[in-house]
Design a protein around this ligand. Structure first.
Ligand SMILES: [Zn+2]
Length: 304
């Protein structure tokens, strides 16, 4: 039996997994991401890999895949575009290779996610898949005929830093860490939903708590979540115009919000390019991921 090993370096959690040739996870472990300390991030990855290597007879595992909330510069080692901003400008690939003694393959976490879901997850069998991670930040990835597309600048699918469309006037002019204003990430991420609820009520709640509050009849929570559905419909309509994917797979913490799967496709028809005497329904499917938090780490392992 041959095995592969992957790391998913997330904004809040870092995971390691060993998968067998059929894609089954045979070992996994998770730790908090020390997101403000680069040396600690390296140490966390090192100790997860050490634990995984000691957990079974997996062979040498000379290569490791690492999914990151960002991408590599054209030099192939330095990180750019990372929501975990401490990573930006760091030589993550060479630092990890020195530390782990393995060949390190780094890919964007949303690319890893879409690779996993397109291969044997919720996007399996579809010719074109757009994968979205809506969590601490917003990332996107594209797979065609089961294979992810990296892109010329390694940013294929990075829809989270397009300007949010159909804002209505005036634009809010919120600053994003990427240097632009009013990015989609500032509207559709977990922190954005908590901020919207805080602005309405003065109360700080997690997204999960806002969902619970809405179910209990809290009108402000209901308003924030309904607006999220409308905003996601607006955002994804631009993806449909550009890629017209067969299926869009949602991942990340916000993918656990059940109502999105009915409300968003109901609403995106208003925003998709569809000027017709008899407008046909938009048949793109919106589905929840199959592999949950494991998708990123599975995809990372597979990409080695
Ligand atoms: Zn941005």
């Amino acid at each position: 039996m041959s095995y592969k090993i992957g790391i998913d370096l997330g904004g809040t959690k870092t995971s390691v997994a060993v998968i067998d040739a059929s894609g089954q996870i045979v070992f996994s472990q998770r730790a908090s991401t020390p997101s403000h300390n680069y040396a600690e991030i390296l140490r966390t990855i090192g100790s997860l890999v050490e634990t995984a290597m000691a957990a079974g007879d997996f062979g040498r595992l000379d290569k490791i895949g690492v999914g990151i909330p960002g991408a590599l510069e054209s030099d192939g080692t330095t990180v750019k575009n990372a929501n975990t901003q401490i990573l930006i400008g760091k030589s993550l690939k060479t630092d990890l290779e020195d530390q782990l003694g393995k060949q390190v393959h780094i890919a964007n976490d949303a690319t890893c996610f879409v690779a996993s879901e397109a291969a044997d997850g919720a996007g399996k069998g579809f010719a074109s898949v757009f994968g979205v991670i809506m969590g601490t930040g917003v990332g996107g990835g594209i797979a065609v005929n089961g294979s992810p597309i990296m892109g010329e600048n390694r940013i294929a699918g990075e829809w989270g830093h397009n300007p949010f469309p159909f804002y209505g006037a005036p634009p809010l002019e919120r600053d994003c860490y990427c240097g632009k204003k009013d990015c989609i990430e500032l509207v559709l991420s977990g922190p954005a939903i908590s901020r919207d609820y805080l602005e309405l009520t003065g109360k700080s709640l997690t997204v999960d708590a806002i969902v619970t509050q809405a179910e209990a009849g809290d009108l402000a929570a209901e308003r924030v979540l309904s607006q999220l559905s409308t905003n996601l419909a607006k955002g994804l309509s631009t993806v449909i115009n550009l890629l017209d994917p067969a299926v869009i797979v949602l991942g990340g913490g916000l993918s656990n919000i059940d109502r999105l799967y009915a409300e968003v496709p109901d609403r995106w028809g208003q925003y998709v390019f569809n000027a017709s005497a008899k407008p046909a329904a938009i048949t793109t499917k919106l589905v929840r991921n199959r592999w949950g938090d494991d998708s990123g780490v599975r995809g990372a392992a597979w990409l080695t």
